[in-house]
Design a protein around this ligand. Sequence first.
Ligand code: 3PY
Length: 253
Amino acid sequence: PTNKFKQALAQRRPQFGLFMGLANPISAEILATCGYDFLLIDAEHGLNDTRCVQTQLQAMAPYPVQCLVRPASHDPALIKQILGTGVQTLLVPMVDTAEHARAIVSSMHYPPKGIRGVGTGLERGARWNAISDYFAKGAEELCLIVQIESRTALENLDEIAAVEGVDAVFIGPSDLAASLGYLGRVSHPDVKAAIEDALTRIASHGKAAGVFCADASLAASYQASGAHFVALGADTGLLRSAAIKLLDSVQPQ
Ligand code: 3PY
């Protein structure tokens, strides 16, 4: 199937999404009804194992939302399993060098381009071989977003963004803030300035740029600096903030 998220990035159409850490196909389906452009199943910090990733993809399949997965690591064995669930777009965390990025591209592709193993008849991506041209054409629809979230990654950003097979670069403000010496202070002016500079550099390489930003007004300013896709928060945080807001509305302050 065509990867509509990859197309949207290539056409620089603004995309808004959410991260999902609840690891639940019901909450994933509820969010799929809400009109976001993309929903990302987070297996780095959320409790999403590969089986749970696949059941959420199945739950969201009837809806037009685009599904992304963030694997826990760069491990080629893990990337092979995650791609086997049928997800076409990966956001890979903690990419610090062009060498890391090239290794991830290799993990996502079958030989001769890469080292991905062939799961004959065992992969949902190929719909268990119901998609007859999956091996010939499936790779064209894969989309790789590498995540920049350290001082080292910022230093290597130009080389990372230039790697062939990297479709987009996404900034993780929490880890970047920590690496820059501002743990827990994602809105600090130095962190914001570093993010804005990175967004501009990514765009100058002709790659789409993205960022996680749970503050809507800051998200608008990151868009103005060149962010094409923004994750506006996570299901866990939204559940908590909605529950607190409701209780506050009936309790005298
Ligand atoms: C970060 O902010 O570090 C992320 O990975 C996105 O939540």
